[in-house]
Design a binder for this molecule. Structure first.
Ligand code: B12
Length: 500
């Protein structure tokens, strides 16, 4: 079968935890979920394309033109809760014109499997992993259409929405993501130092239980060190990758596995720069030395707060002393430490946000993110909110019953507007220090990196709105905009348009 997977551009949403400026400069990333689906479908013998409309700056009409040439038998989209309605607009537009079955998958299906397929344009939903579901679904579409035999599927039968049981899987059985279907040279994240840049996921789940995170208490399912490093080698040799950001919830949680991966990377002498997310208590000097030797450039730490009471209330399980010690070690070993912080935590006041920024400054981090604490689906905060209010905003949003808006934060006396304003203030205060600006400028490794950081700074200080507003015309910063226009015009953007 001919399978077309579409990654649609997405705008800024008022219910998001991040500010618009962060969303705009966060980066252009490979649509990793779809590359897994593509690789699984290709391994089962199907012909697949991925259209990354976000990075290639394609409109719905451009994508339609491209897909009319490809003539897909089935269309696929990745759905998150936050961007559900936007992706649905793309589904509607393309389904109406191409008139082929539409399958959707992604994290939102795990949270709201049946709700996600209520729109009539969506035919199938992959509840969890695509590993067994996608090959079986494509086989049934080609043959007998016995969808009840497909594991882990939501489908419609005679007006009813039905869900089949999934099957156990081993993450190691996945093929490598189909990066050969992507414009790998166009990706970069805000701190990217080298290109080509890509992201990897080497484990699923997280055994910890932070109160604000949806991944807590989920089964930790890692890929073997040999598999991880073989994927890195493929990235290096086949896709010209020189920088990888490992997007695992917690890459370093299993010490033995981490060391095996690092030893293999060192033995293979891969000239790769890499980054990962980690807990403050997952590293020590020995590990950092080995990470540095294997090419690690930066680590994103979930620091959250500079106040021990708050750390305890969100069940973070770390201490202020550990935070200071770990950041100090990173400096000793020449690894850049980046910090994620929360604004609008239980009991937050204007004074406590000031203390938070002071604490962040005292750590002298290379990069900070101040997110607005939000009751995201599947988090303990969300569970409490649904239980107390008897109402689930996210479910209603998926069903189209409610307009996008910031969620209530009953755990603080500050209003949503105040929290938004304070988060902006925190960014400006943190970054507008002469010492920080000078240091950051000297650390820049490429012109692209300089331009990205310079534009973000100017926009943050001079062009941010006072309180976040909806932004339907939002466009992510694309440092390759000219190149995209030149290189892809002939391939994707056809003029005059083909008649419908
Ligand atoms: C890489 C990544 C990104 C990348 C690439 C997008 C992508 N997902 O490909 C970027 C940076 C662009 C991104 C953006 C966003 N992301 Co993101 N992202 C991830 C991350 C870290 C890894 C995805 C991955 O490869 N996982 C491993 C694979 C094996 O699992 P999987 O993604 O679930 O995919 C499997 C199945 O779900 C299924 N499947 C997935 N898609 C499809 C599609 C079809 C057609 C089918 C049949 C099956 C299928 O098959 C896959 C293989 O088994 C996950 C967290 C995580 N560790 O999973 C968050 C995650 C998916 N993102 C999340 C969020 C919130 C976002 C943003 C809203 C952030 C933002 N504010 O901008 C945007 C939204 C993008 C959008 N279009 O809606 C949330 C989603 C939560 C939710 N309730 O929906 C997650 C879970 C992170 C988190 N814990 O908050 N993201």
């Amino acid at each position: 079968m001919r399978v077309a997977l579409v990654f649609n551009p997405f705008s800024y949403k008022l219910h998001e935890e991040n500010l618009r400026i962060v969303q705009r400069y966060f980066g252009l990333f490979p649509p990793l979920s779809l590359t897994w689906v593509a690789a699984i479908a290709e391994r089962a013998g199907h012909e697949v394309i991925i259209v990354d409309a976000r990075t290639l700056q394609l409109t719905k009409e451009d994508v339609y033109d491209r897909l009319r040439e490809f003539r897909p038998d089935v269309l696929g989209f990745m759905m998150t809760t936050y961007m559900f309605r936007e992706t649905l607009e793309w589904v509607r537009f393309l389904k109406e014109r191409l008139k082929v079955p539409v399958m959707v998958g992604g994290y939102n299906l795990r949270v709201y499997p049946t709700e996600s397929v209520t729109p009539e344009e969506i035919d199938f939903g992959c509840v969890n992993s695509a590993l067994h579901t996608v090959p079986a679904l494509l086989r049934e579409l080609e043959t007998d259409r016995n969808f009840g035999d497909v594991p882990g599927l939501v489908y419609k039968d005679d007006g009813k929405i039905l869900v089949t049981d999934g099957v156990e899987e081993d993450f190691d059985d996945y093929p490598f993501p189909a990066r050969h279907l992507l414009p790998n040279e166009l990706y970069a994240e805000f701190p990217t130092e080298r290109k080509n840049f890509t992201v990897m996921v080497t484990s699923k789940g997280c055994p910890r239980s932070c109160g604000f995170c949806e991944a807590g208490r989920t089964t930790y399912n890692p890929r073997k060190p040999e598999t991880v490093v073989a994927e890195m080698e493929e990235c290096y040799h086949k896709h010209g990758v020189r920088e990888i950001d490992v997007f695992d919830y917690e890459f370093l949680i299993h010490r033995k596995r981490t060391e095996e991966i690092l030893d293999l990377m060192i033995a293979k002498k891969l000239d790769l720069t890499w980054a990962c997310r980690a807990r403050i208590d997952s590293v020590d000097p020995d590990l950092l030395a080995k990470m540095k030797a294997s090419g690690c450039s930066r680590v994103y730490f979930g620091i959250e707060s500079g106040d021990q009471d708050t750390l305890d209330r969100v069940n973070k399980g770390i201490t202020i002393e550990q935070i200071r010690r770990t950041i100090g070690w990173c400096k000793d070993y020449g690894i850049k430490a980046l910090g994620f912080f929360l604004v609008g935590v239980p009991g937050e006041t204007r004074q406590s946000v000031k203390r938070l920024v002071k604490f962040a400054k005292s750590l002298d981090l290379e990069y900070v993110q101040f997110s607005k604490l939000t009751a995201k689906p599947l988090t303990p905060l969300w569970q409490d909110m649904v239980a107390e209010q008897g109402y689930d905003y996210w479910r209603e949003y998926i069903l189209g019953n409610v307009e996008e808006r910031p969620l209530p934060r009953p755990w603080t006396d500050l209003s949503n507007e105040e929290i938004d304003e304070l988060a902006k203030w925190a960014y400006v205060k943190y970054h507008s220090r002469l010492s920080f600006l000078i240091k950051s400028t000297f650390r820049v490794r490429s012109f692209d990196e300089f331009r990205r950081k310079f534009y973000a700074f100017m926009e943050m200080v001079f062009r941010q709105e006072k309180v976040s507003e909806a932004a339907p015309d939002f466009v992510a910063f694309n440092e390759n905009a000219d190149e995209v226009r030149q290189r892809f015009t002939s391939q994707y953007q056809r003029s005059p348009r083909l008649p419908p």
